[in-house]
Write a protein that binds this ligand. Structure first.
Ligand code: 13P
Ligand code: SF4
Length: 326
């Protein structure tokens, strides 16, 4: 198994074969010793996807974390995903192999900003995308992911005023799908925001028979060009539901790897290759997984005052389950 895999021409990790074999053997024995499980997000490097016990989207990772009976959860993704796993399993040890693997969108709204926004709109309920910090989740009524945002909003009464944080593009997509207007925050994903209409036009010109899939974090004008707007997990299901053989993938480039591994007989093209790299998602390597398990470092600790309210918002989301917003 080589670790330099092609996403178009983008190579992300270079570890030689012998080192890989040694790392895999060490990780396997540490995993057994710690009674650990590896929950891996769809955007992770191929080397990490290959050691996954579960590979999926944000909602799937939360659902798996809730079901898991392992002592230690190694969450290969970004911080908010590990925090969600911890909130659902306060008694377990949750490790994030790379301490600095955060989500810039989650940092686009602070606890203080959300509290001030709620004061401006005292009757509004807060729906928070899971891509938020625990501090903001603690002031949230219900969380959502890209796979159930529309369904979550649909659980709130027709006349209910809604504050939706932090992703203005996902929020606008939900508004369009539901016909409801919400108070949106001005957050966005820097990676998905780089994908432009011109990129889709070029990709369509190069692959005229390909269906276009786009993540709802993309700009509205990009979503308007998509055949399917889906979460990462939703993209996997979409491919299984259609007969098409070629797909343009409008999301983080790791998803091209996930789809190629899952459907080797079909063709997947990134909508914009290098532009669609989330650096935080690419931090985790076999070396970091080994280190985390060896030293039991980067354990997720959530301040006591946030645990109960943030957990409630997450549990409400998990109870709603998957929707077809993506
Ligand atoms: P998914 O829940 O669709 O996997 O998305 C997570 C994410 O961070 C998208 O950028
Ligand atoms: Fe956050 Fe965007 Fe990276 Fe997803 S792709 S983790 S939203 S920065």
């Amino acid at each position: 198994m080589g670790l330099v895999k092609d996403w178009g021409d983008v190579a992300m990790s270079e570890t030689d074969e012998r080192e890989i074999e040694a790392l895999l053997a060490d990780i396997a024995s540490l995993k057994e010793k710690r009674r650990a499980v590896f929950l891996v997000h769809n955007y992770q490097l191929e080397e990490i996807q290959e050691i996954a016990d579960y590979l999926g989207d944000s909602l799937g990772l939360g659902q798996q974390a809730q079901k898991s009976d392992a002592q230690v959860i190694v969450l290969c993704g970004v911080e908010f995903m590990a925090e969600t796993a911890k909130l659902l399993n306060p008694e377990k040890t949750v490790l994030l192999p790379e301490e600095h693997a955060g989500c810039p969108m989650a940092d686009m709204i602070t606890e203080e900003e959300l509290v001030a926004l709620k004061e401006e709109h005292p009757r509004a309920k807060v729906v928070a995308y899971v891509n938020t910090t625990v501090a903001t989740k603690a002031h949230t009524d219900i969380c959502c992911t890209s796979s159930n945002a529309t369904k979550v909003v649909g659980t709130l009464g027709e006349d209910q005023q809604i504050i939706f944080i932090p992703d203005k593009y996902l929020g606008a997509y939900v508004e369009k799908e539901t016909g409801r207007s919400m108070i949106l925050w001005n957050g966005f994903c820097p990676t998905h925001a780089r994908l432009l209409v011109e990129d889709i036009l070029i990709a369509k010109r190069e692959h005229p028979r390909a269906k276009v899939m786009a993540h709802p974090e993309c700009r509205p004008e990009v979503l308007d060009m998509a055949d399917a707007v889906r979460s990462t997990g939703g993209m996997i299901r979409y491919v299984s539901e259609v007969d098409d053989k070629e797909f343009i993938v409008g999301t983080e480039i790791g998803m091209v790897t996930t789809l190629r591994r899952r459907y080797p007989e079909r063709k997947f093209y990134s909508a914009a290759s290098e532009k669609l790299i989330c650096p935080n998602m690419k931090m985790t390597t076999l070396r970091s997984v080994k280190r985390a398990l060896e030293e039991m470092t980067n354990e997720i600790i959530i301040p006591e005052r946030y645990i109960a309210p943030a957990r409630k918002a997450i549990e409400r989301m998990v109870a709603v389950g998957r929707g077809e917003s993506g």
